[in-house]
Design a protein around this ligand. Structure first.
Ligand SMILES: Nc1nc2c(ncn2[C@@H]2O[C@H](COP(=O)(O)OP(=O)(O)OP(=O)(O)O)[C@@H](O)[C@H]2O)c(=O)[nH]1
Ligand SMILES: [Mg+2]
Ligand SMILES: [Zn+2]
Length: 345
């Protein structure tokens, strides 16, 4: 239904939604100007909520795309660019430039957010805090093709938040760390400076760390539901139940809120490990053996120089990666590529 003219609605430009030459070239190759490029804001069971230059709304996949999705998981995810036909159907899924992928509880790769530029992992100054978990997140982000940042929330509830911040600095390498107290707007201006036109930011982390609270603060209104955590153990209530993309006003980019993750499984690859363990990578240059695993080899420059727990986590992620290698090679890559076929209606 067309909107009444008394309520003029300004739709963002494609560039403000994150559209780049990478997607334009794919669009041109389709050779059909009647197709509308749209971005997936919400993924429902049977349909997708789209945003774009024109009125969005919900759309279904063509039979062929549905077949692809069922056969090998090439299904649009939040953040994906798709082409919508005049019929309203989604007829094409564009290749991804990046994707944050985790292995779900059934052992299958699942795209948490697609075409992201920055993934921010949130953690709180309370019982939730665990540097080993952050290392796992940083490995996953390193594999996604996006940049990483860490936000330390709830510094207002903590006597000595510097202790948490310093522990993060020790493991974060070049990844920036932003301490915040979101309800007081403390630290938010530093985060605002990370936002810009067309840039897509995804928020990830455990339930209750304040992802939706931060998303709302950046948006400037309460779009996402939030809820208090359990006092006894600082556990969140899994308030957010779906991944959702929202466009920030004033050409400040795009934000994707996600549900709290219980566990993060991933097949760590080299990019991921380099992102999370740059110190180990650097030290390894001085190991006697070029292919040193930093386990029992003589003259290892890493063992002894890197904290034991950190090195153990590194080894666990390497083992995880070896196990999942075949899987990510086939499924992960395919997920990252999205679909380039099937624009028949
Ligand atoms: N004092 C304080 N409270 C915060 C801060 N950030 C978030 N909270 C509170 O923490 C609780 C949980 O916040 P949510 O934003 O719902 O957490 P979430 O990460 O989205 O959780 P899920 O949706 O379950 O994954 C809410 O009561 C927030 O008000 C902060 O920096 N300081
Ligand atoms: Mg939430
Ligand atoms: Zn070594």
């Amino acid at each position: 239904m067309p909107l009444p003219l008394v309520f003029p609605t300004v739709f963002p430009t494609l560039a403000a939604l994150g559209w780049t030459d990478f997607f334009q070239e794919q669009y041109d190759a389709l050779g059909d100007e009647s197709l509308r490029p749209m971005r997936v804001a919400i993924e429902h069971k049977d349909r997708f909520t789209l945003v774009g230059q024109s009125q969005g709304g919900d759309a279904h996949l063509t039979g062929l795309l549905l077949q692809n999705a069922n056969r090998d998981g090439r299904r649009p995810a939040v953040g994906d660019w798709v082409a919508q036909a005049d019929s309203g159907l989604i007829v094409h899924l564009f290749d991804r430039k990046s994707a944050f992928i985790r292995i779900n509880s059934r052992g299958k790769p699942q795209v948490i957010s697609s075409n992201i530029d920055l993934v921010i992992v949130l953690t709180s100054c309370n019982a939730e805090f665990n540097v080993r978990r952050i290392e796992r997140y940083l490995s996953a982000i390193g594999q996604s093709g996006a940049q990483s940042a860490v936000v330390l929330t709830k510094i207002d509830l903590c006597e000595n938040y510097e202790k948490y911040r310093d522990a993060l600095h020790e493991i974060c390498g070049d990844t920036p760390v932003f301490p915040v107290a979101t309800p007081l707007a403390t630290g938010l201006s530093e985060l605002q400076s990370m936002l810009h036109k067309g840039r897509t930011i995804s928020l990830v982390g455990s339930s209750g760390v304040g992802k939706s609270t931060l998303a709302n603060a950046l948006l400037g209104h309460e779009l996402f539901e939030t809820a208090e955590i359990r006092e006894s153990d600082a556990k969140g209530r899994h308030t957010t139940t779906r991944r959702e993309l929202a466009v920030l006003t004033g050409d400040r980019g795009i934000i994707i809120d996600t549900p709290g993750m219980r566990e993060l499984h991933l097949g760590a690859n080299k990019e991921g490990l380099d992102n999370a363990f740059a110190d180990i990578q650097k030290l390894a240059a001085s190991c006697q053996f070029r292919d040193c695993h930093h386990l029992k080899e003589p003259n290892c420059a890493v063992r002894g120089a890197v904290e034991e727990e950190r090195l153990r986590n590194f080894h666990a992620l390497v083992a995880d990666g070896d196990r999942a290698k075949e899987y990510t090679k086939r499924a992960g890559k395919k997920l990252q590529r999205g679909s380039t076929r099937g624009r028949k209606r």
